[in-house]
Design a protein around this ligand. Structure first.
Ligand code: ZN
Length: 130
């Protein structure tokens, strides 16, 4: 398993980690198989979505805010329940196929670390299996 870190500059952000995942995979020497990208955090997640129009990222963030308001009947003492809920909505891992040394992503797809309680330094684990 390989691990890299990402510094998230804001409270909530989608950070494109596709290139770093691809570099990590290239260094492994494995050319065909399955890549699992796992984020070991409870207030950050990972997802795959459009990497062309940045409005898609901001629309997702805005609508997650609408779905999970900052103020509600939360009971979690730490006060960051919205971040926990959004992280679960996005999930903590994605799986990508690997073929001929390349991630098999759609033309418009990118892999995003989803920060909901930043800014922080987040870990991303990458497991590559033939
Ligand atoms: Zn918490």
């Amino acid at each position: 398993m390989e691990t890299f870190t990402v510094s998230t500059g804001r409270k909530c952000a989608f950070i494109d980690i596709t290139a770093t995942v691809a570099e990590t995979v290239a260094q492994s020497g494995i050319r065909d198989g399955i890549v699992v990208v796992f984020v070991p955090h409870t207030t950050a997640g990972v997802t795959i979505n459009e990497n062309a129009d940045p409005a898609v990222k901001s629309d997702i963030l805005a609508h997650l805010d609408d779905a999970v308001p900052q103020s509600s009947r939360y009971t979690h003492m730490e006060g960051n329940s919205p971040a926990h809920i959004k992280a679960s909505m996005m999930g903590s891992s994605v799986t990508v196929l690997l073929q001929d040394g390349a991630l098999v992503l759609g033309v418009w797809q990118g892999i995003y670390l989803c920060e909901f309680d930043g800014p922080r330094t987040r870990k991303v684990h990458v497991e590559i299996r033939q």
